[in-house]
Ligand binder design. Structure first.
Ligand code: ZN
Length: 184
């Protein structure tokens, strides 16, 4: 499949090798009352990025360090931790919670694996349990579609922020819509 070249960004190959791919973030109903969420806000994280898709999380209230997948794909967020709590609590642990908290307050930047764009906060188009397949779109088409179609960013504003002409963005959107409608 051809995608537009995005300089200075390399796709992470090993993610797609896992069976079914990594899990998406899903929060339990009582997530705001969970111990994981409390830890996320009280402990600091001394870890950092490993790749575009993964971070090391080292919370200040414990000795353990965990490798956490935390990256945007399509219209959703991949989030997976190697700790036991993640397994016991259906995908919600202090390490995932810490990254979500830090991203929400603008302390970390999260990469979009398909478009290469970096997000300083959770984007308006994000669907936590989203499973829409956007594989047919090029990186540029997906980037424009997420912003203009799903997050209601104006075509002109998006064109300005990406240094494209409004006509080019309009074409990207038309092609994206056409491909997505053709698949239904
Ligand atoms: Zn964890």
């Amino acid at each position: 499949m051809s995608r537009s070249a995005v300089p200075s960004w390399q796709p992470v190959d090993d993610l797609d090798d896992r069976i079914g791919g990594p899990s998406t973030l899903s929060m339990p109903e009582d997530w705001a009352l969970s111990t994981a969420w409390e830890r996320a806000q009280t402990a600091t994280d001394q870890g950092g990025p490993i790749t575009d898709a993964e971070r090391l999380v080292a919370l200040s209230d414990g000795e353990d360090r965990h490798r956490v997948t935390f990256a945007l794909k399509g219209n959703t967020l991949l989030a997976e931790c190697d700790c036991a709590g993640y397994q016991y609590h259906d995908g919600w642990c202090a390490h995932v919670a810490s990254l979500w908290w830090r991203w929400s307050i603008g302390e970390i930047v999260v990469s979009h694996l398909d478009t290469g764009r970096e997000y300083e906060q959770p984007p308006a188009w994000l669907e936590l349990d989203g499973r829409t397949d956007y594989d047919a779109l090029t990186a540029a088409e997906l980037d424009a579609y997420l912003a203009c179609e799903r997050a209601d960013v104006g075509v002109r504003a998006f064109a300005r922020s990406t240094r494209r002409s409004p006509g080019t963005v309009g074409n990207l959107l038309r092609r994206a819509r056409g491909k997505l409608e053709g698949e239904r």
